[in-house]
Design a protein around this ligand. Structure first.
Ligand code: BES
Ligand code: ZN
Length: 629
């Protein structure tokens, strides 16, 4: 049982690694943190022996859906340490040896559904070990798409999603966000496919191999948490956008992607002006197939993006700003454990909004922030109200309700900004990123840094901020800052007229951005007559909308009313989009409708399942299985 109090936190933040930190060269890329926070989602014991570098040499086997080859790990062991403990989820290990090929004894412990197994390797005095292995066909991190599931339909596709603890299904290492590692890789793929990774691309065009394949080499010299190692392989085109930025996608999508993300250079400049230099070299983006389970993923040097944000009007470029912002909050200063994920997501949501403001002006930024505020209140309500434990920012890993780590986290930072003034807060944050660059951070660590460098004993400010309440208590402190958007206020007026019985045809949706649509659709009462739904669908062109956000929000209204005419396009939607944020609420809403909805959900999922990423499959299966006991 874990108590989310400061005292419990101090206990959790293990100090047993302190001696190690003193021995480690501070300037070295792989310098150890002062201590390793206890991460309950890893088997690793970094105080004893930790991985400092991973060298992958892997081949893609599309026929058998596996990656196979070797991983060579550099291990820093404490004097007397006999073995190193790694994370392993379903890896098929052929051998583990030293660099001369001598076998090293190892054991694979009992497997846990979520965490996988501890892989304990005897070091026998070595500081490098070589693991020859293959990933399992159903590896959690990997989605192997048959050619039919791609835009071009000609070539298969593979991509990985590491966060939070999936990478142990294809990389045998210590899979904890607090254990940073440099890495390099050689990935060998069939001719005609391109491999990209989340590091420097050393051979952009690939190198032909003797047996007719192509190898791509990559490296990452900054130490990163291993969830940030990412790979994609497919028929990829590239379009340069700025001197150090560009976008990859299948050729069919590249023009639309390049046009949608044209402002990326401006975003990078805005981010650097705010919080200091971008420290990762290039900033490229990869637009994945629609089954990509997230909106975006901040893989260093190469943000992964869902194609659902390409709506033609650049209204979802907040996702790009978000993933870019993670280059500071998350990738530079990293949540030490998944209990601290708000340090990644809340900081990033705040920072993302600052980038949007710098590039598009205050009203556009206010629109995103106002919409997020409404979602925050809804998340709190859905969680069970202000006392619900899952509304805490810091808690059990993965236990924060909805997107509260994003929205309550960003509101927390905005509240501090308001109290101390923007100039002072910006200066503080810039210093914060410098002080903790390439280090893990805990919630307690952030609060103590804030007290040391911003509050500096000002008791009035301390009392005003309610820091501990924000970080450790449920609900929403009474100083929460709510930014309001006049654009959304205008939508609210349209909404009021509509909800009072006004005709759908009178709603002026001309030129509406995704956010205006969402404000409107989320504000329509959930109980509607079939006639009214028909009028809405027709008048607002909802079932046929090409905007995936609009479609999802529409089905959230149609489903609770068991509106049959929307079912065919709903099934089609669930079968064509795998982004969990957009499909999760639909499976949930269907399940809430008893047998009627369950039948539709089962039917849709049966069709859609082969096209979903393993994470989206597991998520849907969990919802279809009903509420857990
Ligand atoms: N790092 C997250 C994605 C993630 C979160 C992966 C949790 C695994 C576990 C990414 O930066 C993110 O937050 N994506 C958002 C987009 C954002 C604009 C809210 C998403 O996927 O919707
Ligand atoms: Zn994020």
């Amino acid at each position: 049982m874990r108590l989310a109090t400061s005292a419990a936190l101090l206990l959790m933040t293990s100090v047993s690694g302190a001696a190690l930190a003193q021995d480690a060269p501070v300037a070295a890329a792989t310098a150890a943190p002062a201590s390793f926070a206890e991460d309950v989602w890893t088997y690793a014991e970094p105080e004893t022996a930790r991985v400092s570098h991973v060298d992958l040499d892997l081949v893609t086997d599309f026929d058998n859906k596996r990656l196979y080859g070797t991983a060579v790990l550099d291990v820093v062991a404490e004097p007397g340490a006999k073995s190193v403990v790694l994370d392993d989820n379903g890896l098929q290990i052929q051998s583990i040896t030293d660099m001369d090929g001598n076998a090293l004894p190892y054991t694979v412990g009992k497997s846990d559904d979520q965490l996988g197994s501890p892989l304990t390797v005897e070091l026998d005095g070595n500081d490098k070990i070589k693991i020859t292995y293959a990933s399992a066909p159903g590896a959690d991190a990997l989605q192997w798409l048959p050619r039919e599931a791609t835009a071009g339909g000609q070539k298969p596709y593979l991509f990985s999603q590491g966060q939070p603890i999936n990478n142990r299904s294809w990389i045998p290492t210590q899979d904890s966000p607090g254990i940073r590692q440099t890495w390099d890789a050689r990935i060998t793929v069939p001719k005609g496919l391109v491999a990209v990774m989340s590091g420097d691309k050393l051979t952009p065009d690939g190198v032909p191999t003797a047996d007719g394949r192509v190898s791509y080499r990559f490296k990452m010299d900054n130490p990163v948490p291993p969830y940030l190692i990412a790979l994609a392989v497919g028929n990829l085109a590239f379009q340069q956008l700025g001197p150090n930025s560009g976008v990859y996608s299948e050729p069919e999508l590249i023009d639309a992607a390049a046009s949608e993300f044209q402002d990326v250079e401006k975003m990078i400049s805005a981010a650097e002006d705010l919080y200091g230099p971008y420290r990762w070299g290039r900033y490229d983006m990869l637009v994945l197939p629609p089954s990509f389970p997230y909106g975006g993923m901040e893989n260093p040097t190469l943000t992964f993006l869902t194609p659902t944000i390409i709506t033609g009007d650049r209204s979802n470029t907040d996702v790009v700003a978000h993933e870019l912002a993670h280059s500071w909050s998350g990738n530079l200063v990293t949540n030490a454990t998944w209990s601290d994920s708000w340090l990644n997501e809340g900081f990033t949501t705040y920072f993302e909004n600052r980038i949007m403001e710098a590039v598009y002006g205050p009203e556009r930024a206010a629109m995103y922030a106002d919409l997020d505020y409404a979602q925050m209140l809804k998340d709190i309500e859905n969680a069970g109200g202000m006392d619900a434990p899952s509304t805490r920012l810091h808690g059990e890993p993965g236990a924060t309700a909805g997107q509260l780590d994003y929205f309550k986290g960003s509101t927390f930072l905005r509240t501090i900004e308001k109290a101390v003034g923007r100039e002072r807060f910006d200066e503080y944050l810039r210093g914060y990123f410098d002080r903790h660059a390439f280090r893990p951070q805990t919630t307690a660590g952030f609060l103590s840094d804030l007290r040391a460098n911003l509050i500096k004993g000002d008791t009035q400010l301390e009392n005003q901020l309610q820091l501990d309440q924000w970080a450790y208590q449920p609900g929403l402190p009474d100083n929460a800052v709510h930014v309001r958007s006049s654009t959304l206020a205008e939508v609210d007026r349209e909404l009021a007229a509509f909800n009072a019985g006004g005709p759908a045809s009178a709603v002026d949706t001309d030129g509406w951005s995704t956010q205006q649509w969402l404000r409107f659709l989320r504000g329509v009462p959930k109980q509607q007559t079939a006639a009214r739904l028909k009028e809405m669908d027709k008048g607002l062109n909802l079932s046929n909308s090409t905007n995936p956000y609009v479609r999802s929000a529409w089905y959230e209204i149609a489903i609770p009313n068991r509106y049959e005419p929307a079912v065919p396009s709903l099934k089609n939607y669930l079968n064509s989009v795998g982004r969990m944020l957009l499909i999760r609420p639909l499976y949930q809403a269907l399940e809430a409708q008893g047998d009627w909805g369950h039948a539709i959900a089962v039917d849709a999922f049966a069709q859609a399942k082969p096209g979903y990423h393993p994470m989206a499959q597991a998520m849907s299966e969990q919802i279809l299985a009903g509420p857990s006991q």
